[in-house]
Design a protein around this ligand. Sequence first.
Ligand code: SAH
Length: 233
Amino acid sequence: MFIKSHIVPVLLIFYLLASSYDDPYKTQRERMVKNQIEARGIKDEATLKAMKDVQRHLFVSKDLRENAYDDRPLPIGYGQTISQPYIVGYMTELIHPKPGKKVLEIGTGSGYQAAVLAEIVDKVYTIEIITELTNSASKLLKELGYKNIEVKNADGYYGWKEHAPFDAIVVTAASEYIPPPLIEQLMDGGKMVIPVGSPFLTQNLMLVEKSGGKITTKNLLPVRFVPLKRGND
Ligand code: SAH
């Protein structure tokens, strides 16, 4: 009798302790998704689930972990930043991520956006220009078990021709104009999301769509991204 009535709460406490040890930021992350992402209109179930699942605190340095779920971008070293959670959710939802799709990301940074995408789509190719960030993101994504992400150290302006065309392209650094190689590597019916504008001012987040070989663009919202570096920047 004693065993029967007590085993359930004991097991429950054990389970809660074990899971909070495993993932101490689960509650903060769920709150982030609810208050910052869902509350601002992101509805795509796959995007919301991916953002609940990916442990954002692992993508920032240890001293910033407590801030990983704040409503803002955070520094990741080398003058670069991991985007605000809402922007990651917004850009992810915009490209209509689905299993079976192949996505190119420009600006791997911490690897967080790539991980969120890789939770949903079949394959993510991501390019980072800073060698140290390429190496650290690549190592982390491997440790976390992502087998469907390929990271390359290169100038993302040129895209990744060998794997083109892509169902979607997500550019996470600001460019003065849409790089023509990226337009070329977008599949017909594909979507690209890119911040366009002066690197030192507010830029416009743009949705670029290709349909029947025709390109249409739409301005979505003002954003601030770090600049897309070129050549010897
Ligand atoms: N998506 C990232 C945030 C990226 S910040 C994340 O989830 O953490 C923008 C990144 O773009 C920086 O890491 C910067 O080094 C990189 N970048 C800038 N210019 C680039 C270029 N021409 N090609 C590839 N990456 C570039």
